[in-house]
Design a protein around this ligand. Structure first.
Ligand code: SAH
Ligand code: SF4
Length: 341
């Protein structure tokens, strides 16, 4: 794997991409599953050194969508055949927030007759909170490890963050019954190709169901951007290689072609699908909130709309010879195999 990441020879990379695509077709097929992502709040108690909505960035206009705004967006996603949504936000862990999320998840499940699959991406929480949200109806959870190198993790976060807590959370999520998703940022300052190989081995060791990884992209109002830049072209290629290698190694997991990939290249998500990804997460957050959810600079404020028929995504996917799996949760085959066995 290290060889693939280090070598810059394009023919070699193309061959790896072709192999990864074959493995994808054999293990998860050519259907692309959608998760409409609703970024419903940018209040965050954390201060990650790389993130644009970190607590100490006082240039951010903070917002939180109302219950009804979130539910209405979810209902449009359901009517448009998305099959699943992701509810993502900055991290908060007060009781009011926990109850708010619990209430929303319950309402969405009720009002869609359990049709819409719900993934949460709300940072680190306590074991009880994970359970409450699972009992309310969420069945998948995304919590990126960001980097599996503990020492690098410590350099990217202030002292009140703890790598071991994050690891425990992944374990708690599994025990609560979720399909567990994690991932890393690619091209972080100080990250080596060895670290990236270890990230893939980390997914394997923790038997992860879903992977969401993307290039690291700077945000000017963050300490990490001030300390160093990022090489976007190199990070884009590295991210594609990471998708391909993860597919080759883990085979039957879900892998997302992320928004960060698309911000570096308008065709980024399709390229991700061509090298092994099988999930796309269209942003269905109401347009008026999108500017304020800027995790990194240049995050696309696309014309994507909760009503999929109004977007060109379908055509773009058909163009690469694949089709959208409408009205389907698109769970990872790995999760089912584990639970059968
Ligand atoms: N607060 C939650 C969810 C929102 S952040 C959490 O942290 O889990 C979602 C993801 O955005 C993070 O896991 C991180 O990997 C990614 N992210 C944040 N800043 C980024 C940047 N500058 N470049 C690329 N990805 C970034
Ligand atoms: Fe908050 Fe998540 Fe950004 Fe960290 S990455 S500052 S937890 S929104």
């Amino acid at each position: 794997m290290l060889d693939v990441l280090v070598r810059e020879d394009l023919t070699f990379a193309d061959e790896v991409f072709r192999q990864a695509y074959k493995v994808k077709l054999a293990y998860v097929g050519s259907k692309v599953y959608l998760r409409g992502i609703i970024e419903f709040s940018n209040f965050c108690q954390k201060n990650c050194f790389y993130c644009g909505i970190r607590r100490s960035n006082d240039k951010v206009n903070r917002f939180c969508m109302t219950d009804e705004e979130i539910i209405q967006t979810a209902l449009i996603a359901d009517q448009s055949g998305y099959g699943s949504i992701v509810l993502q936000a900055g991290e908060k862990s007060d009781e009011a927030f926990i109850a708010f999320v619990e209430r929303i998840v319950r309402s969405i499940k009720k009002r869609t007759n359990n049709r819409l699959g719900i993934t949460l991406s709300l940072g680190e929480q306590g074991q009880d909170t994970f359970r409450r949200w699972f009992d309310a109806g969420a069945h998948r959870y995304l919590l990126r490890i960001e980097t599996s190198n503990k020492e690098l993790y410590c350099r990217l976060h202030p002292d009140d963050h703890n790598y071991d807590v994050r690891l425990n959370c992944l374990d708690w999520l599994r025990r609560a019954g979720y399909q567990v998703g994690t991932g890393v940022m690619i091209g972080l300052p100080g990250q080596t190709c060895e670290d990236l190989v270890n990230d893939i081995l980390f997914y394997e060791k923790h038997d992860i169901d879903m992977i969401g990884m993307g290039p690291y992209i700077t945000h000017k109002n963050t300490p990490l951007a001030a300390a160093s830049g990022s090489n976007t072209k190199k990070n884009f290629k590295l991210a594609l290689k990471m998708i391909a290698l993860t597919r080759l190694r883990l085979k039957d997991v879900n892998i997302a072609a992320t928004t960060a990939l698309q911000s570096l290249n308008p065709q980024g998500r399709e390229e991700g699908l061509k090298v092994g990804a099988n999930i796309i997460m269209p942003n269905i957050t109401p347009v008026k909130y999108r500017d304020d959810y800027e995790l990194y600079e240049g995050k696309p404020c696309l014309d994507e709309n909760a009503d999929i028929s109004k977007t060109c995504l379908e055509k773009r996917i058909q163009f690469i010879g694949e089709e959208i799996g409408y009205n389907n949760w698109g769970d990872s085959p790995r999760f089912f195999k584990r639970n059968k066995g």
